[in-house]
Design a binder for this molecule. Structure first.
Ligand SMILES: CC(C)(COP(=O)(O)OP(=O)(O)OC[C@H]1O[C@@H](n2cnc3c(N)ncnc32)[C@H](O)[C@@H]1OP(=O)(O)O)[C@@H](O)C(=O)NCCC(=O)NCCS
Length: 337
């Protein structure tokens, strides 16, 4: 009986380069407080956010994805034609089909790379890194571009006190490729669908557009969130997932140089670090203060800042942990390129 050969991949995979795109419009807290009867002080104290960036109409999901990818390719020293798979993690690409990844792969000049989008909200980038690592080691691809990109301002109700000051826009990308030594540890991932409703798009697209029987309101669908339970879940359950990712990588917290959690909220970042007993010397990503919560883009944006500012150096060991709507989560230990 004829049998297909098994694919053969690289012995190990690693992140070879990181790039980011920060939209041009800076929105300080002062610009949002009137509509939600809030204050700069309250927002900073409850979330750590001083400002965020919202994209202009020209700064589309595709544009931000392409620009962050060009920087990641340059950082990795890889030509776009070497990329044979493009994975875009996003929840804010407004066309349900086709995948924006196909347009990004084309615009970058890949040689007809496989390209598709994934929807895992704020956990999307870490899902993509895990998949890319498996593709490279399993022989499905040699170099994979993983992009996290969001225009959450399109889905934000500026009058909603629970979300208006949190969500933001941007893109970050990573090139994953073959490596002589392990650079991406085993993923710990999962979901808690019982809490599906805690963070979600409020309106179904069919309600927005309307049907002949039920005409729509014509407003964009908005993200809604039950802040308190999300805060508790993220602060405590996710610290355990971080520890499991260290255990699966065969490392202890003392082996870490950097901690790069999803930039959801500064208080959640601090609570996780406390809960995990993060040593003082571990550098912790705090990109949220300037960038807000950019969902799938938040971890590569934070990594980009840490590398640019010298807080993460090539060869450093970093714990990534991402979590959000679903509730979906993913964590892994990686080596900084
Ligand atoms: C959103 C969040 C900052 C709200 O903070 P909170 O302490 O839970 O706020 P509460 O809803 O309990 O309200 C507390 C008080 O603040 C007030 N308040 C709520 N939103 C406010 C706002 N935007 N500005 C000013 N005051 C506000 C409430 O009216 C309430 O006042 P009261 O005590 O006089 O009744 C917090 O729940 C949070 O950070 N959750 C996690 C969100 C997150 O990170 N999500 C991303 C996950 S991917």
């Amino acid at each position: 009986m004829a049998q297909p050969q098994s694919p053969q991949g690289a012995p190990h995979a690693a992140i070879l380069g990181i790039g980011a795109y920060r939209p041009s419009r800076v929105i300080p807290n002062a610009e949002l407080i009137e509509a939600i009867d809030s204050s700069d002080e309250w927002i900073q104290q409850r979330s750590g956010i001083k400002q965020r960036r919202w994209a202009t109409p020209e700064e589309t999901v595709q544009l931000m994805a392409v620009e962050s990818s060009k920087k990641a390719l340059a950082h990795a020293g890889i030509d776009a034609r070497q990329i044979d798979c493009v994975v875009v993690a996003t929840v804010s690409h407004m066309l349900q089909t086709p995948a924006v990844a196909t347009a990004v792969a084309h615009e970058l000049g890949t040689d007809q790379a496989a390209a598709f989008d994934i929807s895992a909200a704020c956990a999307g980038f870490c899902h993509g890194i895990s998949m890319a690592s498996d593709f490279v080691r399993g022989g499905s691809a040699s170099h994979v571009l993983v992009i996290g990109v969001e225009r959450l301002s399109d889905l934000t109700d500026v009058g909603d006190r629970g979300t208006a000051f949190i969500f933001a826009d941007g893109a970050g990308a990573a090139v994953v490729g073959p490596s002589e030594t392990p650079g991406i540890g085993p993923v710990v991932w999962g979901s808690d669908g019982e809490q599906f409703d805690l963070i979600r798009q409020k309106e179904d697209w069919r309600d927005v557009v309307g049907t002949p029987e039920v005409p729509g309101s014509g407003v964009m669908p908005h993200l809604v969130m039950q802040g308190n339970p999300v805060f508790r879940w993220a602060s405590f359950a996710m610290a355990k997932i971080g520890q499991q990712a260290l255990d699966r990588a065969g490392l202890s917290i003392d082996d870490l140089d950097c901690f790069v959690p999803h930039q959801a909220n500064m208080r959640i970042i601090d609570a996780m670090a406390r809960s995990m007993k993060m040593p003082e010397r571990v550098r912790i990503a705090r990109d949220i203060a300037e960038q807000g919560n950019t969902s799938a883009a938040s971890i590569p944006l934070a990594l980009d800042r840490m590398i640019a500012e010298g807080d993460a150096k090539s060869g450093d060991t970093a714990l990534l942990i991402a979590f959000g709507a679903g509730l979906a989560y993913a964590a892994q230990v990686v080596t900084i390129p």
